[in-house]
Write a protein that binds this ligand. Structure first.
Ligand code: G3P
Length: 214
């Protein structure tokens, strides 16, 4: 499973990329709004830090507006993936952009029927929001399982990108369900490394190493 970072914070991306384990980055307007630099500046720099898909979301809601916004975004770097919302206009833009050879991430997916349409529109990635479904007492991970199943049934090439990931178990469950990608906040990525027995075991080894004869 690929690991993407869900942030527009360059410091976080730099630190995570240094591990050599980051396969891509997803941004959205809410994440970009937290940063002081411009959207295009951020994207340019992210593409120098991570050699993989970098999602850049359009804010137009109509087909023409999305197509217009997508062009300069895609021109920033070959790894830019245009992110469009799961609406009729968004899927129309997805199909047109895919036809032009551009990568597209269809976002704000909350149902399997929506995911089926996104695959038919030629999406590179579908982004089901796991955490936001859990927030309203639905089971976000069941949606991931259903989409993986449906895509397998028909051999769709669209990759399932588990988004709105809130904790390490979401990552593990997405991997068990066969999601191609999980995108997560830096904090969750850091948590993936942690286990108290690793810390305890290392402490013991280091203490014993001091006692060992040279
Ligand atoms: O990028 C979309 C998604 O990952 C947002 O997550 O935590 O705002 O629901 P969240």
């Amino acid at each position: 499973m690929k690991i993407f970072l869900d942030t527009a914070n360059l410091q976080e991306i730099k630190e995570a990329a240094a591990t050599g384990l980051i396969d891509g980055v997803t941004t959205n307007p809410s994440l970009v709004a937290k940063e002081s630099r411009s959207f295009h500046e951020i994207l340019k720099e992210v593409c120098t830090l991570v050699d993989g898909s970098v999602s850049a979301e359009v804010i137009a809601t109509d087909f023409e507006g999305m197509m217009k916004e997508a062009q300069p975004l895609a021109a920033i770097h070959k790894n830019i993936t245009i992110k469009v919302p799961l609406t009729p206009d968004g899927l129309r833009a997805c199909k047109a952009l895919a036809k032009e050879g551009k990568k597209v991430n269809v976002t704000l997916c909350f149902s399997a029927s929506q995911a089926l349409l996104a695959a038919k529109a030629g999406a590179t990635f579908i982004s089901p929001f796991v955490g936001r479904l859990d927030d309203i007492s639905e089971n976000g991970m069941n949606l991931i399982k259903d989409i993986v199943h449906i895509y397998k049934n028909y051999g769709f090439k669209t990759e399932v990108l588990a988004a709105s990931i809130r904790h390490p178990m979401h990552v593990v469950e997405a991997a068990l369900a066969g999601a191609h990608v999980s995108t997560m906040p830096y904090k969750v990525f850091q948590m993936l490394f942690k286990h108290p027995l690793t810390d305890k075991g290392l402490e013991q080894f280091l203490a014993d190493a001091k006692k060992a004869k040279n």
